[in-house]
Ligand binder design. Structure first.
Ligand code: B12
Length: 212
């Protein structure tokens, strides 16, 4: 990814999948690769340009992987976005892919979404779950505002927050007792499996896109 070679990056992932790895393995693999890139950037071993190139390659691989996935019939709705000021959107893109794979209808509004637009979208689309992502410490006070406003809406969707910061910060005070905080993609998959339980027997596979 650091070479910006999207074909080679995809080939590596395609081989990894052929070896029998799951989509959570793929997402974890790419997450760790990006964390390693962040570490090298912090240690001045690579430049900002290298980091941008790797991000673009990772984004490409994610899109290609997600288009190759079969999707279940859609039952529940989820709206996803990063709060205002947050440009780190690869995490939420992975979460969106995993939800689609588990039969959720997903709208991913991506990076940097101001609260008034988030509230309008929730009003209009009425999702069952709203997933928020934040990666930077200085944005945490804003996270609290987002959660409070969304949970107070008449639609009262469930609010799910994910962040690498959960590994180092206790964010529970940012939400209410209803808010769910998840820092790891495997824990999120477990949450999806529990919450999809009742309807899993009715699942019909709906082939979308190509096979790998
Ligand atoms: C790539 C990158 C960038 C790219 C972002 C590209 C993009 N479009 O996403 C660019 C170059 C633009 C960038 C910019 C900046 N970055 Co930056 N960046 C990174 C880097 C290297 C990787 C981030 C990433 O994609 N990780 C991979 C994803 C998949 O991981 P993730 O987001 O953690 O998501 C996983 C989990 O957290 C979880 N998850 C995440 N969201 C959600 C949501 C839900 C609902 C659930 C269930 C789970 C979940 O699941 C995901 C899958 O495993 C990190 C290093 C790091 N350690 O993270 C720094 C890092 C995040 N960046 C940092 C900083 C400081 C910046 C800048 C301020 C730098 C600058 N001076 O300009 C700007 C800020 C831009 C902005 N306004 O947001 C710091 C943040 C420090 C902090 N704690 O506040 C980090 C940690 C680097 C560092 N070590 O200092 N960055």
């Amino acid at each position: 990814m650091l070479e910006g070679d999207v074909q080679k990056s995809w080939l590596l992932i395609a081989i990894y999948i052929e070896e029998g790895h799951s989509s959570t393995d793929v997402y974890t693999f790419l997450t760790e690769a990006m964390y390693e890139i962040g570490k090298r950037w912090q240690e001045n071993k690579i430049s900002v340009s290298d980091e941008h190139l790797a991000t673009a390659a990772c984004d490409y691989v994610l899109t290609r992987f997600q288009l190759s996935q079969r999707q279940l019939l859609q039952r529940n709705r989820a709206l996803l976005f990063c709060i205002e000021g947050e440009e780190h959107y690869l995490g939420i893109k992975m979460i969106a892919g995993l939800m689609r794979e588990h039969g959720w209808e997903v709208k991913n509004l991506g990076a940097n979404l101001p609260l008034p637009f988030a509230l309008k979208s929730i009003e209009k689309w009425d999702p069952d779950v709203v997933c928020l992502s934040v990666s930077q410490v200085h944005l945490l006070p804003d996270l609290q505002k987002y959660i409070a406003e969304i949970e107070n809406m008449p639609q009262s969707p469930l609010v799910l927050v994910g962040s690498r910061l959960l590994n180092t910060h206790d964010l529970s005070a940012s939400g209410s007792s209803k808010t769910i905080f998840i820092n790891h993609i495997q824990a999120f998959k477990d949450w999806l499996l529990i919450n999809n339980k009742e309807s899993s027997t009715q699942d019909k596979m709906l082939a979308m896109g190509e096979e790998i």
